[in-house]
Design a protein. Structure first.
Length: 549
């Protein structure tokens, strides 16, 4: 872009008029290091014997345009309302008019950079529009953090590895944000002496720091609708943690957010000085009936947990989606019965990490209960001891949607012991079939349903009005130790058929065959080609029959 070269009389009035001093422009232009970096972009070597250079240098501008000669340089540039005229000196500078910036994330700031300061001041014009800001870096200074305070409409703020920058003044600014709903703050090495009351709009709080600062922060939070709380205790009054400290955190959480809290996580860098009773410490949280996430991580300590404790937990937290209890056990701990209880009482559970004893797993497959649970991630802190084939069959029956299986601690001997179990489960899935039988609860349909179940495949019985279909499906499941379920569906309704096929896929596995005992004409396949292609990729076994009981 060519720099304007014109007599002073032809300058537009706005360029020479007195304007209000701009703090952002002034701060940037007073930064000598930043100016030095900017000036490197200009060609300061002016050879009078050569034609004018392709890019206009600052020296050429100064010699050609009197307004840029000192003291005008100091007066004009340091008082202009915008940095845009200054940036216009760059040959490659372009002004783009687009959508405002709603989110900004800056990570890995290893050394202080003037570019960071510049970035924040450039964004200052969009300050009302910025909704989310994430800063991570140990080298951020007060100079680069100062412009952040212009973003008064933040809804999400994350400040990590900021050291001593999170002081009383900085936290006062955070507490003044009236629209803040999500806050992540690292208080390690923070010089805080007090925490102002506020944070009335918070829905999610993720904080790390000393035990004393965490307790002060929880007391200061005035939000009555907090939904998610994650705590990372770095230090405390002593080098070891105590069960009493953990219990105090749990009790404080329950007393403030009994009805609103949906997620709770606690990680402590300190080892516990005594054996932890998970029931005694976290028993107060069992009253949080809407809890969907519960995570406790402390690999340097020992705890006690029984099947009865886990059953109480499962019955209390029926909405649970993520349950990670990663504290080694002093005694044998929960058995396979705990997994059965979780599959029964927690239908929404998707991720489970637990220490479980598999010594008492029945080797005969007929003793393994079955379910259609949707658990996808499963991690154990113990080794896969005992009959690994029986363990694999048991886990496959309980959690047919399992996608990942391993140890809590990656690359450990316990984690490697689950490789063979995982291979068994994947082999089961390769040969496992799910057959849909329309009218499979009566007459020829029932005979075919029994044959399918006897062959080891899961059975989905489609019925329209029969009241005994669910009972027949349950009978087949118990007799042949397979998954069998009845689905009420009018096959003449394509939308209902689509919905039913999707439900079968989610609950019983990928559909590999269809037996049409009840009347099913070609219109069914014409109306639902998409779902037939997705849910039946292996084979189509259709027997057209008008037979009935």
């Amino acid at each position: 872009m060519d720099t304007p070269f014109q007599p002073q009389s032809q300058l537009e009035p706005s360029q020479m008029s007195q304007v209000e001093p701009s703090r952002p422009a002034g701060e940037v232009l007073r930064n000598l290091d930043l100016l030095r970096v900017i000036f490197e972009h200009f060609d300061v070597d002016l050879d009078e014997d050569q034609p004018a250079p392709g890019k206009n240098s600052l020296l050429w501008v100064a010699l050609s345009w009197k307004a840029f000669v000192d003291p005008a340089l100091d007066i004009l540039w340091r008082n202009m309302h915008s940095l845009t005229p200054f940036f216009n000196l760059f040959p490659v500078y372009k002004t783009l008019h687009g959508m405002p910036v709603p989110h900004l994330e800056v990570r890995g700031i290893s050394e202080e950079s003037d570019i960071l300061v510049t970035l924040f001041y450039i964004l200052s014009s969009d300050a009302p529009n910025l909704q989310s800001l994430s800063l991570d870096g140990q080298a951020v200074t007060q100079l680069s953090l100062q412009p952040v305070k212009q973003f008064v409409n933040l809804q999400s703020l994350s400040l990590t590895h900021m050291g001593r920058l999170i002081d009383d003044t900085g936290l006062a600014w955070i507490s003044s944000l009236t629209q803040l709903t999500h806050l992540t703050v690292d208080l390690q090495s923070s010089p805080l002496t007090s925490i102002p009351s506020g944070f009335s709009t918070l829905l999610s709080l993720d904080m790390a720091g000393s035990l004393s600062l965490i307790l002060l922060f929880l007391t200061a939070v005035q939000s009555a609708a907090l939904e998610d709380l994650s705590l990372h205790v770095l230090t405390g009054g002593s080098s070891n943690a105590t069960p009493a400290e953990w219990k105090f955190l749990a009790d404080a959480t329950k007393s403030k957010w009994l009805t609103s809290l949906r997620g709770f996580a606690l990680k402590d860098n300190r080892a516990l000085e005594s054996v932890l009773s998970l029931t005694e410490v976290f028993g107060a949280l069992w009253q949080l009936k809407g809890l969907e996430r519960f995570e406790v991580k402390q690999h340097q300590s020992r705890s006690t947990l029984t099947d009865a404790d886990c059953r109480h937990m499962a019955e209390s937290w029926r909405m649970m989606r993520v349950l990670h209890i990663e504290v080694p056990l002093q005694t044998e701990g929960p058995s396979i019965e705990t997994l059965i209880d979780f599959s029964k009482y927690c239908p929404h559970l998707k991720s489970l990490s637990l220490y479980v004893n598999f010594d008492r797993v029945q080797s005969h497959a007929s003793q393994h209960p079955t379910s259609s649970h949707g658990l996808k991630l499963l991690s154990f802190g113990t080794s896969a001891a005992g009959d690994q084939l029986a363990i694999a069959k048991c886990l496959d029956n309980l959690f047919p949607r399992l996608k990942r299986l391993g140890g809590i601690i990656p690359n450990s001997s316990q984690s490697r012991s689950w490789e063979q179990v995982k291979n068994y489960i994947w082999a089961f899935k390769d040969v496992q079939k799910c057959i849909v039988v329309t009218g499979g609860n009566r007459g020829i349909g029932y005979a075919l349903s029994r044959a399918v179940a006897q062959a080891g495949a899961n059975v989905a019985i489609i019925y329209r009005s029969s009241t005994d279909a669910p009972e027949v499906a349950e009978k087949l499941s118990k007799e042949f130790n397979v998954k069998s379920k009845a689905y009420k569906c009018d096959v003449s309704d394509p939308d209902l058929v689509n919905k039913t096929l999707k439900q079968i896929d989610e609950e019983l596995g990928l559909i590999s065959g269809l037996i049409a005992v009840s009347y099913l004409d070609s219109a069914f396949f014409e109306l639902c080609p998409h779902f037939m292609r997705i849910y039946m990729p292996i084979e189509r076994w259709c027997i057209r029959s008008q037979a009935s009981a």
